[in-house]
Design a protein around this ligand. Sequence first.
Ligand SMILES: *Cc1c(COP(=O)(O)O)cnc(C)c1O
Length: 862
Amino acid sequence: MRAIRRFTVRPVLPASLSALSELAGNLRWSWHPPTQDVFAEVDDELWTSSGHDPVRLLGAVGAARLEQLAADEGFLGRLAAARADLERYLTEPRWFQQQEGERAGTPRAVAYFSPEFGITAVLPQYSGGLGILAGDHLKAASDLGVPIIGVGLLYRHGYFKQSLSREGWQQETYPLLDPDGLPISLLRDGEGQRATISIALPGGPDLQARIWVASVGRVPLLMLDTDVEGNPEHYAEITDRLYGGNSEHRLRQELLLGVGGVRAVREYCRITGHPEPEVFHTNEGHAGFLGVERVRELTVDPAGPGLDVDTALEVGRASTVFTTHTPVPAGIDRFPRSLVEQYFATDGGATPGVPVERVLALGTEDYDGGDAAVFNMAVMGFRLAQRANGVSLLHGEVSRGMFSGLWPAFDEAEVPIGSITNGVHAPTWVARELFDLAAAHGADGEDPDSFWAAAEKVPAGDMWSTKRVLRDRLVHEARRRLRRSWEKRGAASAELGWIDSALDPDVLTIGFARRVPSYKRLTLMLRDPARLKALLLHPERPVQLVIAGKSHPADDGGKRLIQEMVRFADDPEVRHRIVFLPNYDIAMAQPLYPGCDVWLNNPLRPYEACGTSGMKAALNGGLNLSILDGWWDEWFDGENGWAIPSADGLDDPDRRDDLEATALYDLIEHEVAPRFYDLDHEGVPTRWVEMLRHTLGSLGPKVLATRMVRDYTRTLYAPAAGTARALNSDFAGARALAEWKRRVRSGWGEVRVEHVESTGVGDAPQVGDVLQVRAFVALGSLAPEDVVVQVVHGRADAEDALRDTTTTDLHVVESYEGGRHRLDAEVTLGSSGPFGYTVRVLPANPLLVSPAELGVVALAPA
Ligand SMILES: *Cc1c(COP(=O)(O)O)cnc(C)c1O
């Protein structure tokens, strides 16, 4: 029989144990081992069988055991201490509170929108790197005291669970998640009524959504859920699963996330008194409609200030940060324009009163190389955010090229997209044993910097024996998963004896786990199967591989790669040295990174925007073996691992794969394995341990999510809050800025560099000579204060294109009738070689972040 309805009954704990609910109700336990110890003490077996899920544990533990615990003074003391520690963590001033406060422009609050959040295995609301990053962002913000509110959706089925068929084909299942069994609670108002938001949808009743709150340490994460009474069935399905369904389904999800997300934030702040966000950060383009909802609030909402659309856009832009996450075009959401038109109809659409043409203009690909029938969420992201960034130095550069069509008058280097390199949350990802080892050598848990100093002092032998413990744990975990997988694939126990000796805790262990889009090249290592076999089965220096990854359910190409990998690993000759573990998720990842000696990454450069799994491996004393892409391109220093030479630039993809695979085999055979097995008389590979120490010391501080969130706070959130404040006080600044932009745009046609002269450099210019530049410009109706006139100078290449340019502003010396001016500047020739310069006029206003913002420029005629 099947139940027609189900729900989860929450336990009633004795009053003396109520702190257990408090601890379970805040996800800080997931990165705080002492709190996990308290749960384990409640019932060790249940703690394990629940998959380390406090809500399930407390739901399953019997009344007798609870009585026992309630009478156990020792336990009650430890429980009280854990509760007090949480209380302290939630209330004490942290890094952010030690900043100068509002005077320094720190925002009162930041809303952080993301389609997925990977926080813990027991809240499976993520598919891969984007979600894990969002989770780490919230946790690090909590640790630093940055006042962030997370905003996402609650997917009833999360992402799929992966298993394998007998033939090695990926199988997907979508277990139903009961919100009552999750570590979240409904947002309710003062009267105990559920808070809801609603959105008008075309041709139907309004969509309703309720708001769940997950407490991520100090950070609330709001999750919208449409599975509520009153919604028609097809509305309830909007939050069914992550990244499923057709275009319209995705659009509805993104409408809910962006428009509904802002409404949920307003409800949350109204009910709890939390300060309203001054900055809105959208993690990838999916939440971009938040900017449209903010325009609605500022223009037609009766409770708002009634601004015109241009002014509202200025207010919105100033306070919005957009992070782009992928250089893969397929990774960017694009909708038919007509679909967006339908959902944002001026009358009765999702943001009623906001003219639909204005909405459409934000995302339309109306530039060279774009498709004008398409609405592009990344394009809207850039147009609605004054500040935008990629996620590594290289990815920033690639993004400037990729989106340069939006700023056609500017060189790529001037496209206003910066970068902040991603980071990872150490308390979540670093094995407890490593923290303990560091603590034994003087590290102070409260001060992450002391960790690196302590790692220096740990004797090589201790470091090495700890790595063996971690490798051994991975080996046992992998065997357990392998057995389960084979049972699912239909094998009888009698066939599975070999699993007990699959993998070896003393063999060089290489990890490779990630989603399986084609650019990540799961099967590059299979390019020459005989060569890989020889590496695995080497008589003195064998290697073993632990592999995992999910393919998107609609991507049969990815599933074929998985099958190819599984079939290779099924071969009795090598199956003790290479395993594919189904269902890569946080629970698998946590023991995987610490257990690996080497973390392999071989993407097609430059498609890996950043990559974070290698960072997690590095923090656990793993050495990276990777193509120079994403973060590795930035921080590989020759000593902290190995770079696989990339043949990017080569047009023939097959030859490229051949070359890169050969380089990979060579590195493993000639560099990696020999160093790993080069043991001293005590059995310690001293040179390996040196590299490991160097990795911890040099990469450790950089790859942290706290470094990343500090960077965001200082370079994006605080300046955005500053500009927003300048515009927001009675909106006079915003009105003036919008009016100024209108004036500059309409007058720009008359702006010209008419004539340029230079003196001061003879026939044989030398370093140190001073070039006097004089320019005559016509500004038409614009004033000299509206613009900046610059000498742009640098190295001139063979085609006279300027490289490595610097700019020097010219100043007005004389003004004539008809808006004409003479300006002068001096440029000192700083380096030898071919030199060139030109003169240009750009709009100038202290409220612009980049002079490219309006997209207009007037260049001296060639
Ligand atoms: C870190 C992590 C990822 C992302 O790894 P990349 O290197 O960025 O591809 C994906 N899934 C899980 C479970 C992770 O822990």
